[in-house]
Structure formats: C-alpha cells, structure tokens
Ligand binder design. Sequence first.
Ligand code: FES
Ligand SMILES: [Fe+2]
Length: 408
Amino acid sequence: MEEAPGIAAARRVIPIAAADVGTAYGMKPGSYNAALTEVGAGTPMGELLRRYWHPIGLASDASDVPRKVRVLGEDLILFRDRAGRPGLVHPNCAHRGSSLYYGKVEERGIRCCYHGWLFDVEGRCVEQPCEPELGRARDKIRQPWYPVQELYGMVWAYLGPPDKKPVLPRYEALEQFDEGEFLEADDASIGGGGPPIIPCNWLQHYENLVDPFHVVVLHSTFSGTQFVEEMALLPKVTWDTVELGVRTTSIREMPDGKIFRRISQAGIPTLRIIPSPRVGKFGRVESLGWILPIDDHHFRVYVAGRVSERGALAKMRSRPDGKRLWEDLSEAEHQRYPGDYEAMVSQGPIARHSQEHLATTDRGIVMLRRFLQQQVARVQAGEDPVGVSFDPEAKPVAFDAGNFLEGR
Ligand code: FES
Ligand SMILES: [Fe+2]
C-alpha cells in the first residue's frame, strides 16, 4: 500500500535516529538525596528532626488503651496512666520482650501482660510481681521511653539526645484569639489532599508548601476549582529565606484592581504555616500544621488552629471534585480530579531527585533544600539548629503569614 504523500515527506525530513532521541530505553533508576529525606535514628535528617518536639497524637489518643504509634521510623506505645500522665515507651518489655501494646494501664503506669512488670510513664520499673519482694533490683531496670508533653490539644514527643532537649515552643497564632475564637486540633492530615496517612516521603509535602504555582494548575484549572476562584489567577511570587524557614509571598491582582497578598511559610522543623486557601477569609494565619514523618515512606499532618465553630478544621479537608472528600471518590474519579495526594504520592515513595528538571518556579524548593542542608550541617558540626530554645520563658513564636487584601 502506498503511503500518503505527507507521511512520506515527513520520513524524509525527520531522520529516524533524531526522532528517537530521549526514549526511555536504558533509563537509570534514579536516586534521591538521602540526607534530606531519610528520618531514621543516626541519619543526617533523622538527627536534625530529633532536635525538635513533634506532635505524635491528639490528646485523646493517649488513653488507658495502649496505642501503637510510629514516629521517625520508630515503633512506640502511647498511653495515659490512670493518674492522667501521658507516656511513650518502646514496645518491647524490658523483661523478655512482649509488647506493651497488650499491657494494662494502671494508676502508676503500664503493666506487661506476660509476667506483670509495671513501668511508669518515664520507664521506671515499679513492680515485678513474680520476683521476691516485688523485685529487689527492679530500680535497675528502665523501659526505654521518651519525654512527652501536652499542648494545643496534642501530645508532643522529643526523640532526641536528652542533654539537648529544648523547651516545647509556643506559637502566637495559637494563643492570640480574636472575638469568639477557640482552639481545635485535627489529625486528618489537612492539606495532604487524601487520607490521614500518606504513603510517600515527608519532604514531598514540605516542598509542596513553597510551590505556589501548583495552586494555579492542580487546584484551580486542571480539574475545576478546589479552593476559591481567586487562586486561579497566576501570582507574582517571591521567596525569601527567613530565620525559621522559607517564606513565600504570592501577589495577585484582582479583577477589581485590589491586591491579594498571600504569605505562607515552610517552617523548621516540619511546619506548615499556610493561611486557608479555601474560605476566602482575610487576615493572619489561623492554623499551623506539623508534618510528622512516620518513616521514610509515610507521613501524616497534625493541625491546630483558631476556629469560631466546632468542627471548622475538619471542614478544611480537601474536596478534590469541589464537593466530596477524597475517600468518597473512586479510582477513576481520583484520576479525573487529582489533588495534592495524587501529585505527591505519584512522585514515588521518595521522589527521585536525580531525574528532576527544576525550573524558575522551583526557586522556593531549591531554597528550602539549601536551608535544610544548612541545618543538617549545623547539627553535624555539634551546633544547635535554628528554632530550638532552652529558655522556659521564651516568647511564643510569631509568623507574618496570612491572606491580605489591599486596596489601590
Ligand atoms: S516480658 Fe514483660 S513482664 Fe515478662
Ligand atoms: Fe496543594
């Protein structure tokens, strides 16, 4: 059969070799920057993150039912003794290793199911019921434990070197209330765009915070309006490295000539300082989120915020099609209405940095990676990273983030 004349002409113009440049044949698997992504004990980022407190559960998660939690690659058991003190311990009993997940919570601590050793919230062994005199040498035993504190409706843990334990920071955004506001906490990974536990590396979400251009495409024009219509306007963006992270300023000129200035920040160690993109509300940032790296391939987000009606934080969860929650959409609908979850998880369990092609709009990402690298280097040099304070009187940390509307 004769080829159409157009195709025959094209074959003459494009030599086969040139047309086939860039095929996937022989492609390398790609690699990632381990020093910025891996969170286990002894890794560069794992040691940086271990210099800060992290929320590991809602206050209600610490109860008389032992709860499994996984934090920075470590499996732990969270509980609350019957005197009301939260405790966080290594799961395997110091006696012969049965898990305290099956333990019984009592007034003085948690009792192992196997031979009944009782440990208090700081891991002290206070009773060995089968031993003479309830254990003559029991005070030599310590169940490995971590310090915890409660604040803003959440339980916070410090998994780092004991002699470097900073004070648990407080935040102005969660302490200065406007009329009628009160505090709420949420563990549904608001901002993650999917279910509470998100199966990819935490850095993919942290970088998402300094990427305002995806708001215009992914959330505003690709499959409809996921936030508010103003977000579809292409902003003028500047980034700057500030003391506690990387700040993004997005300026949008509104149809009525007013200027919409949106300031957000990725803060050390894993802070989301993101004014709501949904409610069209103007003013200072109303909520803060902490990305908790569960391990190298999973994270979740805890959020605390000022609200004026109960359940308001939960209403901030993504609705990929503008109407329904992520879990109410089918696979075909997820493909049709991708959001942050699909964009981040599909980058891979850990994004392959060696295969990226960063462009001008990725400047914030580059700055954030550099900022983290500097903090990793400080810890490796024996210094304290930024944002840790040892002063119990330290003032609440303040940010200038918010959605601001300016007249002309
Ligand atoms: S293994 Fe826990 S008391 Fe024996
Ligand atoms: Fe997003």
